[in-house]
Design a protein around this ligand. Sequence first.
Ligand code: NAD
Length: 715
Amino acid sequence: MSMMYQGKAISVEQLASGIARLCFDLPQSPVNVFNRLMLDELREAISAVAASEARGLLCCSAKQTFLVGADIKEFTEYFKQSEAELLAWCERTNGVFNAVEDLAIPSVTAINGMALGGGLEMCLATDFRVAGESAVLGFPEVNLGICPGFGGTVRAPRLMDADTAIDWVRTGKPVKAHQALSAGAVDAVVSDDMLEEAALEMLEQAIAGELDVADRRAQKTGALPLTNEAIKKTFADGLARAKKDAGDNYPAAATAVEAMWKAADNNRAVALMYEHQAFVTLARGTVAGNLVQLFLNEQFLKSRAKKQAASAQPVKQAAVMGAGIMGGGIAYQSSLRGTPIIMKDIAQAGLDLGLGEAEKLLNKQVERGRMPQNKADRVLADITPALDYTGFDQVDIIVEAVVENPKVKKMVLAEVEQLVPASTVLTSNTSTISISLLAQALARPENFCGMHFFNPVPLMPLVEVIRGEKTGDQAVAQTVAYALSLGKSPIVVNDCPGFLVNRILFPYFGAFCQLLRDGADFRVVDRVMETFGWPMGPAYLLDVVGIDTASHCMAVMAEGFPERMQYDFTTAIDHLYEAGSYGQKNGKGFYRYEHNASGRPVKVFDEAIMATLKPLQLDQQDISEQAICERMMVALCLEAVRCLEDGIVSSAAEVDMGLLLGLGYPRFRGGALRYIDNMGVAAFCAMADQYAGLGALYEPTPALRDMAAQGKTFY
Ligand code: NAD
């Protein structure tokens, strides 16, 4: 055995059998990814193999998993290049994969763990593939708004049946080894511990001519073996599905399928050209920029939370006080994720409601075949309903979720504090009350912080962990760790009215109320904002949140930020509240709610509502749809800016992820600060200045104007 090539990330050794064994092992990284180093070394390694006497090439990985794709962080730098530069980079890089494919000797990849994106494209460049049974393959590129760029769209449809290849590329979904085998993406699946042995055996068969290498290469580099009719049908179907599933706001899937279609009756060189064009168009587009930044934000959030939770003790037993909508959801989620929880309420009716909520969620899972009955029983059994404090001497963390009333909350927190060990962390799921204020009731305020969940708890990924004036690091660590154990994404924020998410949401509702005051129709506002990409417009969202809850929050925000959020007119929310229209919860708000066959509330427009809102329409104006969107977004984005300036969180990534995870901010737009960046800070300020007459909500901060003057951005 001798070394044929030794790089930092790739080595090639010549085995005694005369086989060249190329091994990916990126230093100081838990996984293999294609960064500049790996690509450069792959070029050198393949040249070394080509120049050697080796009889065959085996590609494998020294990591737990084969290769998970491109180094996204590095790629964002490439994406900033000009179209011509990026195209040239694609061509150069693909030269390496072509060189793998064109070696004079047969080649096989041994796929362990994951082969995703560029990792899968590497596998497809060799003649044959053997996968371990636990391997997962896929093209996740569309999730980042791009398409495969290392020949994936060319080789996949030529190796697999075209329909399946289209599905892989357009959905971005990971596929298990056995499925990949029936799709033709791999040639064999073996038990994980036999992988390399089996791959070497296949390589020997290829060398011996028992597998037809020339035929395989002709298949991979030629046109698709389909009639024009079949091509048209297959790709038209695929394109229609790509457009339907991804929608207009996510163009990657359709662009990729179009490129595959154009390439279908062409050879490798031409087909690659179509792929590169699609890749470059997408990579340089705004959507890919936003989605790639989001991916980086997600990574950042995860690693930050992990660090914040580093000193936490394991939570073995939790408790929630208040068994309402939120308490029930929190108990369900905790038990589901393996932390037993006591659910305490003052009323049996409350407990019945909370348990009922958990039971309903579990039954749904069982009915849908997602959970066996015995697991559902176990989850329910791990929620201990209680009317007294039995067991509280064993609790590691408590989430207070009683009614939104500072007096009641203070009393409940002070009472329970006396009954638990000094190490127990107390948290409050308040949506509006200052954490520093609640802490005044406590003897150990350092052990207390906010833990703000979103409704419905099982579905909403965000938890805001709120640090009050006296909150200690250990309380934050413990709460972040508990949130992670619940499968949530925690963001640590400093205390202020509305914390991060509601502080940004309520100015948006303020802008909405001003629009209605000025004569806009709430249905039009909803439509405009839904077209922008929000899952629901502001009127519908207010109905879902609850008009009573919103009215209460508006008052809290007005008190906290009177200069911006105190309105000198009676808002639509006030009118509805006074009329007893609380939204979806009592069947009437901006819309009326009727139950459909499956019992779900469906919104309908009821002309009668206009009479309730009429008093607002003092000064009928024609407000353009563009102005509607701008007014809503200016108010929202500027509050996002202020949150960052006030140090509520310390990074643009946390602001934008908070909006995304807490409010369903449209992913393809990246976030509020990203929105300003995309427009240009100066252009954004100019847009805001058009609405200066509407009040302080629309006024750019001095720091933002400075950024504009200096040409700075948030990212
Ligand atoms: P809810 O009215 O459904 O439930 C409150 C429960 O607390 C009731 O079961 C009540 O019996 C119980 N309770 C009252 N006093 C108690 C006491 N002294 N000890 C124990 N239990 C007591 O309310 P909810 O919607 O679940 O909200 C609870 C908290 O969560 C509030 O602070 C609310 O602001 C916050 N929150 C609500 C939402 C939401 O969308 N509903 C979202 C985030 C946060």
